[in-house]
Design a protein around this ligand. Structure first.
Ligand SMILES: NC(=O)C1=CN([C@@H]2O[C@H](COP(=O)(O)OP(=O)(O)OC[C@H]3O[C@@H](n4cnc5c(N)ncnc54)[C@H](OP(=O)(O)O)[C@@H]3O)[C@@H](O)[C@H]2O)C=CC1
Ligand SMILES: CC(=O)N[C@@H](CCC(=O)OP(=O)(O)O)C(=O)O
Length: 338
């Protein structure tokens, strides 16, 4: 059994982690943390999330101050950071030095392109040594040896997971016309914005609208890992969870639907959490599930439209983080997930 802690456990991604990890036979969920000044400190997590009633009595503890953090985490094998990017940026090195395997769900350790942190995240990255150790854990694509051999695991973004799983194979195998930047339209449920109340996420304000076009922080992440310029159009939808992504691209000359299917099967046939479908995927098939469903259609004149569907809190966050933990500790990849 490994001892596991979650920082940011009262948030949407953190609570999803609790729910998954309670089912994990190799994990002893030991500690849950919120910020030092949290309104929820010392509450039971099951008082915030009724679905956890009778499943755990764990309490949300205030995170100790930085000076104490290293000693307090020496007995912990793995820690999940379900915290804001800057919080993760600041505390990950301390937890790493305490000897923990660190699974960071934020964007703080995803990009190797340093200038993107200032432009898209609004802070200068100051932990370059740890950033160099971080492995970007898109589990179906990343090297499993790399995931095993580092203790700094950076979990991909939610929109990016839904875009990169279809795009990376097609870009790597040069099936897409490089002169035509793929256009990615994604619609996310409101839980993607986190649990804290904000006017833009309140019931009467949420509609269906695009936002942050050309400046969303997942744009540099998709471009870095798919290796292509893209146009990324995120949308907020009036539903709780899930992301449906529709990608329009132009195929390279001579490429047809059978070539696309062969490449998807080459990458994903033996990957239990990516399902290649012969129809366009639906959100309802992946909600509360750890899967990414992918389907596509090709026009007679060589364009392709690919759709992917994930649950933002599962394959887009907590399930992918647990999948990474499973690979890191050599457990079965889907333990506690399916
Ligand atoms: N929601 C989603 O779909 C996805 C989220 N992510 C990423 O996961 C992370 C968490 O997201 P999400 O769950 O939505 O966010 P929430 O806002 O729902 O939760 C944030 C959590 O962090 C805690 N927290 C805030 N400040 C601190 C601090 N200084 N120290 C310790 N804990 C703190 C909050 O509790 P309190 O404020 O009470 O202290 C809360 O538990 C973010 O980096 C996000 O970008 C990634 C993929 C998808
Ligand atoms: C609907 C909504 O607001 N979604 C969030 C993205 C989800 C998220 O948490 O971003 P990371 O995956 O980078 O951590 C946003 O656009 O900022």
């Amino acid at each position: 059994m490994i001892k596991v802690a979650i920082i940011g456990a009262s948030g949407y991604a953190g609570a999803e982690l609790v729910s998954i990890l309670l089912k994990h036979p190799e994990v002893l969920l030991t500690k849950l943390f919120v910020s030092e000044k949290s309104e929820d400190k010392y509450k039971k997590i099951n008082s915030l999330y009724g679905s956890l009633y009778n499943k755990t009595d764990l309490i949300l503890e205030p995170l100790p101050a930085a000076e104490k953090l290293k000693d307090d985490f020496k007995a912990i094998d793995a820690v999940f950071l379900a915290t804001d990017h800057k919080v993760s940026h600041d505390i990950a090195p301390i937890l790493y030095d305490a000897g923990c395997a660190v699974f960071d769900l934020s964007g703080a350790y995803r990009l190797k392109n340093l200038s993107a942190y200032e432009k898209y995240y609004g802070f200068k990255h100051e932990n370059l040594e740890l950033l160099n150790k971080a492995v970007y854990s898109l589990c179906e694509i990343a090297s499993h040896d790399a995931i095993k051999n580092t203790r700094m695991l950076s979990i991909p973004g939610c929109y990016t997971t839904s875009a990169e799983l279809p795009l990376i194979p097609l870009c790597r195998e040069k099936l897409l016309d490089a002169d035509f930047a793929p256009v990615i339209n994604s619609v996310s449920g409101v839980s993607g914005a986190g649990r804290k109340a904000k006017l833009s996420n309140s019931f009467c304000e949420v509609s269906l609208n695009a936002y942050n076009i050309f400046k969303h922080r997942h744009l540099p992440e998709i471009e870095e890992y798919a290796g292509t310029k893209v146009i990324f159009n995120p949308h907020l939808g009036s539903f709780k969870r899930g992301i449906l992504t529709t990608i329009t691209a132009k195929l390279s000359a001579g490429v047809d639907a059978s070539n696309v299917l062969s490449v998807f099967l080459k990458y994903y046939e033996n990957k239990p959490l990516v399902r290649i479908k012969n129809e366009l995927p639906k959100l309802q098939d992946v909600i509360n599930q750890p899967y990414c469903d992918i389907g596509f259609t090709v026009s007679e004149d060589g364009y392709i439209v690919i759709c992917s569907a994930i649950d933002n809190l599962q394959k887009g966050a907590a399930a992918q983080a647990v999948q990474t933990l499973n690979l890191h500790f050599d457990f079965n990849e889907t333990t506690a997930l399916i």
